[in-house]
Design a protein around this ligand. Structure first.
Ligand SMILES: Nc1ncnc2c1ncn2[C@@H]1O[C@H](COP(=O)(O)OP(=O)(O)O)[C@@H](O)[C@H]1O
Ligand code: SF4
Ligand SMILES: [Mg+2]
Length: 379
């Protein structure tokens, strides 16, 4: 346990790291097995209309200060051809959820410890939590790809744009084994993401382009293999407002053209309002509310969602100071055993001191974890 003042003694810290090494070494050993039979990682979708299903996913980081429960029993699905917005304050586990799906967690400390992530590729369904790395290499790019916040993290500064997009096609996509075929497709992709001078840009280096242009290139790379799922993690956060609007327009337009599912991660409810069919609200590693965009925006139910709505600026409405939810998120290493939002919640009642609230269905698609909607607890 941490000391009262929150610091660890050297001895305690050494004990934790020794214990961590034991846990992560066992998990890594399991992961690195060779020739894992398909039967161990192929599975069935709960609903074949979904592209992805997260079920009770737990992803922890074993750090020297203790175990960070970044994602703590998260369940939601991404239906085919739909956009699911995942929203929540910084640090609530949005990126770790998507990195778990791509198996791109920082290892060995980051580990999926429980739950399932089912990916539907059409002919097969993979449980990502059990899929070996060699198979993951084939799934990433071909069936799911990721757009990160900062485009320079996905582009190599020393190679020309054209060569980098060609490379994705040459590596992943059959039918583009020759450089000429790949180049032709790359030019098409650049035009598809709204780059006017595509031949010119083909021969440019990343530093010759603006941030918005670079993000378009990254989107072109993500689309190269027509993946079933595109994960966009804060795709517009690093861009200024006008460019942000253009990139969102582009993503929206593309969605209809390519018929992929999009998992859109953002801290910005405005972005969600423009893009999403379904919304998942996360708080401290858990889903506190989920529903269709209409349900979440017209009937936000969890006090946290209501707070997020109130802190969103509204065009044309003058306010002296934007609302911000008071208080701060709990320490992820020592999570309380009651509602994680309790200490910031202005609607809390006596029953909120009890165990973490269970999930209540408000409609077939709308669910919330809060005692306010629990008839039994309120009695
Ligand atoms: N590599 C890491 N090592 C330790 N803790 C991490 C690591 N990556 C993320 N975390 C922790 O996991 C939690 C969720 O992080 P993240 O998913 O990045 O949040 P966000 O919702 O802002 O994307 C945070 O408490 C963060 O500090
Ligand atoms: S369970 Fe209680 S403390 Fe938690 S969000 Fe609901 S009303 Fe607030
Ligand atoms: Mg993030």
């Amino acid at each position: 346990m941490a000391r009262e003042d929150g610091y660890l003694s050297g001895k305690e810290s050494r004990r934790i790291s020794k214990e961590n090494r034991k846990i992560t070494a066992a998990l890594e050993k399991k992961r690195k097995r060779k020739n894992v039979p398909e039967s161990e990682y192929l599975t069935e979708m709960k609903n074949p209309e979904n592209t992805v299903e997260f079920e009770n996913l737990r992803t922890y980081f074993y750090t020297d200060a203790g175990t960070v429960k970044s994602v703590d029993s998260v369940s939601f699905s991404v239906p085919m051809g739909k956009t699911v917005g995942v929203v929540g304050e910084s640090g609530c586990g949005k990126s770790v959820t998507s990195l778990s799906l791509m198996q791109l967690l920082q290892r060995p400390q980051g580990q999926i410890v429980d739950g399932a992530i089912r990916l539907n590729t059409g002919d097969k369904v993979y449980d990502i939590t059990k899929t070996p790395e060699t198979v993951m290499q084939h799934l990433r790019g071909n069936f799911m790809s990721m757009i990160f916040q900062e485009p320079m993290t996905s582009l190599n500064p020393v190679f020309k744009i054209g060569d980098q997009v060609d490379e994705v096609l040459l590596f992943h996509k059959s039918g583009y084994e020759t450089k000429e075929a790949a180049k032709k497709r790359t030019i098409e992709l650049l035009e598809m993401v709204g780059i006017a001078n595509s031949e010119g840009v083909y021969n440019m280096y990343p530093h010759e382009l603006s941030g918005g242009m670079r993000q378009r290139i990254v989107i072109a790379m993500a689309l190269a293999c027509s993946p079933k799922l595109i994960i966009a993690d804060e795709p517009t956060t690093a861009l200024d407002v006008t460019i942000q609007a253009q990139i969102l327009d582009l993503l929206r337009g593309l969605k209809d053209k390519i018929n992929s599912s999009i998992m859109l991660i953002t801290h910005d409810l405005g972005v969600i309002a423009e893009m999403a069919d379904y919304v998942v609200v996360m708080y401290s590693g858990r889903v506190v509310e989920a529903g269709t965009a209409k349900e979440i925006f017209s009937n936000p139910s969890h006090p946290y969602t209501i707070g997020l709505m109130a802190s969103k600026p509204v065009v044309g409405k003058h306010v002296d100071k934007l609302y911000s939810i008071p208080g701060k998120v709990p320490n992820p290493i020592n999570m309380p055993n009651y509602c994680y939002f309790r200490d910031r919640c202005d609607k809390r009642k006596g029953c909120c001191d009890g165990a973490y609230p269970g999930e209540i269905s408000l409609s077939e698609t709308h669910r919330v974890s809060c005692y306010l909607y629990d008839e039994e607890a309120r009695k």
